[in-house]
Write a new protein. Structure first.
Length: 141
């Protein structure tokens, strides 16, 4: 972890498991999405504020590496870290780690901010967050 990682706790719920008794593969993506929104919220960026600014976050690509199974009742931490480059996109690096320290999954996303009027990615994805965040340092800005 770096000083820009953000982690949110989640408890695996029974209804999220599949017939083998482990967390359904699609739910890992929901956990990652939850952590991303919580990360933005912790930095002071609300979904309504982004919409009012005329932008919305978009995921362009997601890769999930499943490392260990998760079962109902497992306590996990879902991390999120923004990795900024020089183009219209950025990377989100996330891990899902059990309370005992075992890495359950790695999630990597390529994202951007869509100009909702032009329907194109904004030139600098950092700009909407810098403009709205009360704690931009939490986002690595």
């Amino acid at each position: 972890m770096t000083d820009h990682d953000f982690t949110v706790p989640v408890t695996v719920r029974g209804y999220e498991t599949d017939t083998q008794g482990h967390l359904n593969q699609a739910v890992y993506l929901q956990y990652a999405e939850h952590a991303r929104w919580e990360h933005l919220r912790a930095a002071g960026v609300q979904q309504a504020d982004l919409l009012a600014k005329g932008v919305g976050p978009v995921v362009l690509e997601t890769t999930v590496k499943y490392r260990r199974e998760l079962r109902a009742g497992d306590e996990v931490g879902v991390s999120c870290r923004f990795v900024w480059g020089s183009g219209k996109t950025f990377e989100l690096v996330q891990t899902i780690t059990r309370a005992d320290g075992v890495l359950a999954a790695e999630v990597t996303c390529v994202g951007g901010f869509l100009d909702l009027a032009a329907r194109r990615l904004v030139a600098d994805p950092r700009e909407p967050l810098r403009a709205l965040a009360s704690d931009p340092g939490l986002l690595g800005l």
